[in-house]
Write a protein that binds this ligand. Sequence first.
Ligand code: SF4
Length: 357
Amino acid sequence: MTHLPQRSNGRYVLLGSGLNELRGLVQVAGMPAFRAKQLFHWMYHRAALSFEEMHNISRDFQKWLAENCVLGYMEIADVRESADGSRKIVFRLSDGRFVESVLIKEDEWFTLCISTQVGCAVGCTFCMTGFGGFQRNMTRAEIVAQVLLVKRAIHGELPRNVVLMGMGEPLLNLGEVVPALRVMVDPEGMAIAARRVTVSTSGIIPGIKRLGEEDLGVSLAISLNATTDAVRDVIMPINKAYPIAELLQACREFPLRPRRRITFEYVLLKDINDSLEDAQRLAKLLRGIPCKINLIPFNPDENLPFERPPEERILAFQDFLFRKNYTAIIRYSKGLDVGAACGQLAAHWRESTRKDA
Ligand code: SF4
């Protein structure tokens, strides 16, 4: 069976396609097979923004590509630089919707946080994206284009780490996310080390299983945020479908490569999940899972009914986990001055377009 790239508006959309699909395309175009590899290299290694840039591809094939295909890039609507060196990038998709990526400055490198859905259906009550509801899945081209545009138009190189932790629940869009991940980690493609690509989930158990079966070698992060079902049911309603014990069992069964660990994200919410009893329960729940814990003090937002715990409470929580021999890192959000937690900047843009309309 011949594999071909996805189609939209009568044209093939190339970004997100694997080598097999490009081989199929080259066949349709009546070109020699080696052109597929050239195209793959230009798209992912060189991040070419147009077919004309692909100078070692014959004029005839360039012409055919321009008539029958699009690469599938979207427009950069805005870039805002934070005082801490992080940048928020807002993309306008072809249907006029907005998503965002965040390029986060770490000590000596950059991590890019990308989106996988426009909005999100999961509805975590501490998240602005959940607040705005679900609009649609992003395509594989849109997912991949966030990384390539950052390389070509924003940062000059690929970021060291890519995390699928922006707008959306990646494991509810695996049909598009998996092909996008494949070209990111393909040594002939974007060649990002698989362990440096992290898929973060609210705990969609069938998705965790499928991600394991795909054997991509990418890292897994679980947004846990509570130590009892009673609390998690409220702050992450998805817990009613996939409760904590079953979720952690799926983590235990996830096929981790040697010396790799699962990351557990834990947003600290004042008087909700930040007590020492929570720390104790967390230590007990995660026992036996190769893991590290990211403690994320909540960023207050006028639209959300939560507060950040006092510093001494955050430190006491971390200290308890240290004493139980866990790696527990406090992660303060970056880029707060340019639109804080996931989805906030895109939410702001939606607001201003509504006002402009
Ligand atoms: S935290 Fe993630 S999964 Fe939860 S609502 Fe926000 S975007 Fe969706």
